[in-house]
Design a protein. Sequence first.
Length: 222
Amino acid sequence: MEKLIVAVDGTSSSGKSVICKKVAEILNYTFVDTGLMYRAFSWYCLSKNIDFNDQNQIISLLDSFNYQIKDDQIFVNDINVTNKLISSDILNVINKITIISQVRNHMVKAQQQLVKNKGYIVVGRDITSVVLPNADLKIYLDCDLEIRAKRRFEQNITNHILDKSYKQIYNDLYNRDKTDKTRLTGPLVLVDDAWYIDNSYLTIDQVVEMIINKIKALESQK
């Protein structure tokens, strides 16, 4: 049976990465979170000590940026940066990078090149509509806003992260949804041929099982 290319989009904090990483592990697919590519490029720019207010300096680094995934580890120009991508320094500059159209166009091409072969589950911004419109399976994961906020709040408590109240998290997600759906470039949309999954009242394992069964069924038709 031939493996597939699976593209997964959806609302923020709807469990896309957690769910799809499990699916990939079980089916021996390669999991790709395209958001990490932007973080990796942010790290690369930081390593070059550029002025993030100068877009030309950012754009000038695109051609020398080499992003690879090896055994679930992320490498930039042969440097393992897997554990460097959640730093506050990156979070502080990433928005200055993602708004640049040249950066976005470069990343979309790089993402398409990365998954030119079968056997990938790709999660990220406008994956189903722009990056991989011809994917074998497109999934849109969604969840009620209140439930997403509650899950994130409880997750933070479990991890001893107490910097935001439930209401603050709710407002953050509300604003993120609004921004994602109304941005001019690559807005969050439910494409006609995507499989819509509302996991508001489903467990992670239930959604994982649903997706695995769907992938296996499609593989058997190849």
